[in-house]
Design a protein around this ligand. Structure first.
Ligand code: PMV
Length: 348
């Protein structure tokens, strides 16, 4: 029986895809498998204070506080999330929830908080389930948290564990699933441990196209099937790359994936461009620097103008110097975030 009241809390990280998820089927089923680095510094912290209601209510009963202030703007998103997960967590309707959430990164930074936000909330819901059923195992807990998070925002299912998460049915990994993310099961060379991701905030405004619309546009997209096949091929290639620690091949796959994501947007109908001139300036600078110095530094992009600069621990000083000297000038108000690979969500 659920105790009459209690408080649960989780800090869940954001993640950055190396092979991108772009295109989905109903119920947040990805059209192709993806793999991501779990981040560390960019995270959402959420606590849920629950109180058992005398009788099951017909709708969800919750208050939302964002950065300490009551917030109405994000409530519809959470309402939709709860509706989607209702049948898997029926106990939610028998509680009143006070949800308090905050992000470690500025709200208007152009960094999506949906992955870390939905990840943290899904974990809180699972902690309430654990009160009901203390026997559930750690692996069931994590899988179901990832499953629930996916229903909030697809990529959120990759924000529960770390450091490398694979989501989507893929031949090479037998435990992979379209329903939740799993830890990458193969050998990963030490070159990829402690990888860094410096996020350059090129444009902090709202995106002109939501990812929901973007995924939709992959239906009837002229290159959709080739793209989905290519994601599988890139995952195949990454297996070797991770095992051997081949940074040059890694860079080719990761940069190509970023550009393909944007190429898909540019070739959909309607078409759109989310990169800004400064995004391209940064990409060109990275390419020149890499060629001139042979430093294994590369970029990836999300569905926006910001650039994620990826580099291994062994070139950290050189990379940071280059970023500060040559790239920060392209950031809005000189803002950037130093992040790195993380180990997954933590209980608070
Ligand atoms: O989780 P969504 O529906 O916001 O989709 C995000 C998709 C990308 O961030 C562009 C790529 C990815 O795999 O994370």
């Amino acid at each position: 029986v659920i105790s009459s009241e209690g408080r649960v809390g989780w800090k869940a990280p954001s993640n950055i895809a190396l092979v991108k998820y772009w295109g989905k089927k109903p119920n947040q089923i990805p059209a192709n498998p993806s793999i991501s680095f779990t981040l560390d510094a960019c995270a959402t912290t959420t606590t849920v204070t629950y109180k058992k209601l005398d009788k099951i209510s017909s709708d969800f009963s919750f208050d939302l506080f964002f950065d300490g202030k009551e917030n109405q703007d994000f409530k519809p998103k959470i309402q939709t999330f709860f509706e989607r997960i209702d049948k898997y967590v029926p106990f939610l309707k028998s509680c009143h929830l006070k949800i308090e959430t905050s992000n470690s990164f500025p709200h208007s930074s152009g960094i999506a908080s949906s992955a870390s936000g939905m990840g943290a909330l899904a974990l809180c819901v699972m902690s309430i389930e654990k009160q009901l059923n203390p026997e559930i195992t750690q692996s069931y807990f994590n899988r179901k948290a990832s499953f629930l998070a996916r229903l909030g925002s697809g990529s959120a299912c990759r924000s529960i564990e770390g450091p490398f998460i694979q989501w989507g049915k893929y031949g090479g990994i037998k435990e992979s699933s379209n329903l939740f993310g799993v830890s990458y099961p193969f050998k990963v060379h030490s070159n990829f441990m402690n990888y860094h991701d410096t996020i350059l905030l090129v444009h902090k405004g709202q995106k002109t196209v939501s990812s929901t619309v973007g995924h939709e546009l992959m239906h009837n997209h002229p290159f959709a099937n080739q793209r989905f096949e290519q994601a599988h091929n890139n995952l195949d290639k990454l297996e070797q790359v991770f095992e051997k620690g081949d940074l040059n091949e890694f860079i080719k796959i990761v940069e190509s994936e970023a550009l393909i994501l944007h190429a898909m947007m540019m070739t959909s109908l309607p078409y759109f461009i989310l990169m800004k001139p400064n995004t391209l300036e940064i990409i060109n600078k990275i390419w020149s620097f890499r060629e001139a110095t042979n430093t294994p530094i590369c970029f990836t992009l999300d569905a926006g103008a910001n650039v994620h600069v990826l580099y291994p621990e062994m070139v950290k000083e050189k990379a940071i110097q280059f970023i500060q000297d040559e790239l920060v000038v392209y950031c809005e108000n000189g803002h950037y975030i130093c992040d790195r690979i993380g180990q997954g969500a933590t209980k608070i």
